[in-house]
Design a protein around this ligand. Structure first.
Ligand code: SF4
Ligand code: SF4
Length: 342
């Protein structure tokens, strides 16, 4: 830790709020003691370290018959994200697919390349977690460069990528763990895994195709009844990534082009200039969020746009619960396959 700080590498880790111990955030630290690796899941995910809530893309100046563009230099200072939950690390790997799909987002990948993600196998699961249902788990290595597993008074470190190996080479490490240490770490992961698996059974592979045919199903009306479109679920989600790009005119002859987070849950997200809104009710907007995560994205990229972190359920002021919603849809799919009707 000290050598990283001395080399000017920013270290970010979960830090518990002094005035509210039930709350934690991923924050810059200078000393390891500032971090709390056994605390609650940080309120916001990791995505803001790669896709900030608001950022300037370019500056422009209006000339007599022209527009002068000033590009913003892409700088990505080196960072280590330490003690990350495996569901948060997985979110970054899932987003790599969309950020490099039809256009390579250099800002995203610049920050990705400059960042090493060190995850910590999770032992703190609650009733909202469902990572196991979407093919992940409390000791998943997806998106991580290093995975740490907690042992009594120490950690078992596993390099997952060459970047992770390079980070571990900087540390004076004790020799490879005894077989018993590995067994202890696996037993701990398996206990958490079993606890999480009770919250939601596996989301079946057939779900994306089944959902694609349910656009007009009546179930959406009952499911979305309580949602009032605040968009908190999308803001704290590790995989929601929609943004809006606006030109902000700041002076009579100049301004900036800015990218801001946006969410399909808000009324104006799909509002056309003509005032027509193809998703005019919250039923359609909530359906869009579920469809994007469990049908549209998996059919395009082969992975659910969800890591099961459960933040959307914990943070929702209306008490919407995504594992319950998905569970209800799975039940419906099962009933239909057994001969029931819609
Ligand atoms: S599900 Fe909850 S958090 Fe998300 S938009 Fe609806 S009310 Fe807000
Ligand atoms: S979903 Fe819960 S149990 Fe799974 S990795 Fe995230 S915080 Fe841990």
């Amino acid at each position: 830790m000290a050598s990283l700080v001395a080399d000017g590498i920013r270290v970010i880790a979960p830090v518990r709020a002094k005035d509210a111990p039930e709350r934690a955030d991923y924050l810059p630290i200078k000393r390891l003691e500032e971090a709390d690796f056994a605390g609650p899941l940080p309120r916001r995910s990791l995505k803001e370290f790669f896709l900030p809530p608001s950022e300037v893309l370019l500056c422009y100046r209006l000339r007599k018959n022209d527009v002068e563009i000033e590009e913003i230099p892409i700088t990505s200072p080196p960072k280590v994200l330490l003690g990350v939950r495996p569901c948060d690390a997985a979110g970054i790997e899932i987003l790599d697919r969309v950020m490099g799909w039809d256009y390579r987002d250099e800002l995203w990948f610049g920050r990705r390349e400059a960042t090493t993600i060190v995850s910590l196998a999770c032992t703190v699961a609650d009733d909202s977690c469902f990572c196991t249902a979407v093919g992940l788990g409390p000791d998943s290595t997806k998106g991580s460069d290093v995975l740490l597993a907690p042992l009594e008074g120490s950690f078992l470190a596993q390099a997952v990528t060459p970047k992770g190996e390079a980070l571990l080479r900087r540390q004076p490490l004790a020799p490879a763990a005894e077989a018993t240490d590995i067994q202890k770490a696996e037993a701990l992961a398996s206990t958490t895994q079993k606890k999480v698996a009770k919250n939601l059974p596996t989301v079946p592979d057939e779900m994306p195709a089944w959902l694609a045919g349910k656009f007009d199903h009546d179930v959406w009306k009952s499911i979305a009844l309580r949602c009032h479109g605040c968009g908190i679920c999308a803001a704290i989600c590790p995989t929601c990534h929609c943004f809006d790009i606006v030109d902000e005119h700041e002076h009579y002859d100049r301004g900036v082009r800015r990218r801001n987070w946006d969410s399909c849950q808000t009324t104006k997200f799909t509002l056309h200039a003509s005032n027509y809104n193809p998703r005019s009710s919250q039923v359609e907007r909530f359906r869009q969020r579920v469809m994007h995560k469990f049908s549209i994205y998996p059919r395009r990229f082969g992975a659910f746009l969800c890591t099961g972190c459960g933040r959307c359920s914990r943070g929702c002021p209306a008490g919407m619960n995504l594992p319950e919603v998905v569970g209800q849809l799975i039940e419906l799919a099962r009933a239909e396959s057994q001969g029931g009707s819609r």
